[in-house]
Design a protein around this ligand. Structure first.
Ligand code: PMV
Length: 361
């Protein structure tokens, strides 16, 4: 598929008004996307676990209006009008207009809610943009009734990417690749695809417990962060490393080698932060408690031999990854040793999930 394949033929069907509701999860990258080219094309391929509990539910209502030059929409978060969300959605609509030419023909009401607490420091852009992209595709499906499910999901991922890069990895589960990689047939810079190879049982039902270290606003928006990779002295090596790490993960997923998995995943997390620390301007997004938690995890792993590891997003919160069969001992460790480092003792128990779901209205 190429970009022009997502531009529709003139619509033959019509719809006056209606509403669609989708719930879409967040995802956590194992090999990180950090750095992009024009049009949200990633500078390197990435792979993520789709999550299950952390989700955004969006109800999109639409009604035909006089065609005009601008977009017409309102946004609500948990029932409250959110005009400060409008610029981001306006930008998203502008980017996707060529692919969804009906956008200016309707007035939209976007009603959205998150399963995780607002301002938990968990980015809602992946779950939010993917849920919105799916609602918009549900409208297009009414206009193009013959559209098949594969194209529907691929185009929803393509559109979600234009909202927030990592959002294109939130539509399906449980492992999603985004960005072309020479060993992964079908991988694309334009949309996320399901990881196509064998995955050992060790990696089924993996858990992700998210320790909320700092619930504040992000210090650096991801747009600014990605842009800092343009003149970054280590960018090229980093992009190459991401390709290599993804190649290594193919063997890891096949063999079930959790020790190697841990080495790659933790290195990726620290590399992401190292890129921010070595950009100009530079940032430290980890907090003292982030480092306390990492050291505790390393100590516990050494003492018990359990397969606990961490990864990080572009923030201070710590994602603890571990296999299902070690959950009991690891939950006990989190409860007794790590809760003290979380803001107000808050953490979220999540696990690998299988993607977005359409909900009845
Ligand atoms: O989707 P964006 O533009 O917010 O970028 C997110 C990038 C990371 O979350 C830091 C890494 C990733 O691959 O998800």
């Amino acid at each position: 598929m190429t970009q022009p394949d997502f531009i529709p033929e003139p619509y033959t069907s019509q719809i006056e008004k209606g509403s669609f509701k989708w719930s879409s999860p967040s995802n956590i990258a194992l090999v990180k996307y950090w750095g992009k080219k024009e049009h949200q094309i990633p500078a390197n391929p990435s792979i993520s676990f789709t999550l299950d509990a952390c989700r955004t539910t969006t109800l999109l209502s639409f009604e035909k209006k006089e065609a005009s030059n601008g977009f017409s929409f309102e946004v609500f978060l948990e029932g409250d009008k959110k005009d400060d969300f409008k610029p981001k959605i306006e930008t998203f609509f502008k980017r996707i207009e060529a692919y969804l030419p009906f956008l200016k023909e309707y007035h939209f009401t976007i009603d959205t809610s998150n399963s995780f607490p607002h301002s938990s420091g968990i980015a809602s852009s992946a779950s939010g943009m993917s849920a919105l992209a799916l609602c918009l595709m549900s409208i297009e499906k009414e206009l193009v009734p013959e559209m098949n499910d594969e194209f529907f999901l691929q185009k929803a991922s393509f559109l979600a990417r234009l909202g927030s890069g990592s959002a294109c990895r939130s539509l399906e589960g449980d492992l999603i690749v985004w960005g072309s990689h020479q060993e992964i047939n079908g991988s694309s810079d334009l949309f996320g695809v399901k990881y196509p190879f064998e995955v050992h049982d060790n990696f089924k039902n993996y858990h992700d417990t998210i320790l909320l270290v700092d619930k504040g606003e992000k210090q650096v928006s991801s747009t600014v962060g990605h842009n800092l990779m343009h003149d970054h002295p280590f960018a090229e090596q980093r992009f190459e490393q991401a390709h290599d790490n993804l190649s290594k993960l193919i063997n890891v997923f096949k063999s079930g080698d959790i020790d190697e998995f841990i080495a790659i995943v933790e290195s990726e997390a620290l590399t992401l932060h190292a890129m921010m620390m070595t950009s100009m301007p530079y940032f430290i997004l980890m907090k003292p408690n982030t480092l306390e938690i990492i050291n505790k995890i390393w100590q516990f792993r050494k003492e018990t031999g359990l397969h606990i590891c961490f990864t990080l997003d572009a923030g201070a919160n710590v994602h603890i990854l571990h296999p299902e069969n070690e959950a009991e001992a690891i939950f006990k460790f989190i409860n007794t040793e790590l809760v003290a480092y979380c803001q107000n003792g808050h953490y979220i128990c999540d696990r690998i999930g299988f993607g977005a779901k359409q909900l009845p209205i």
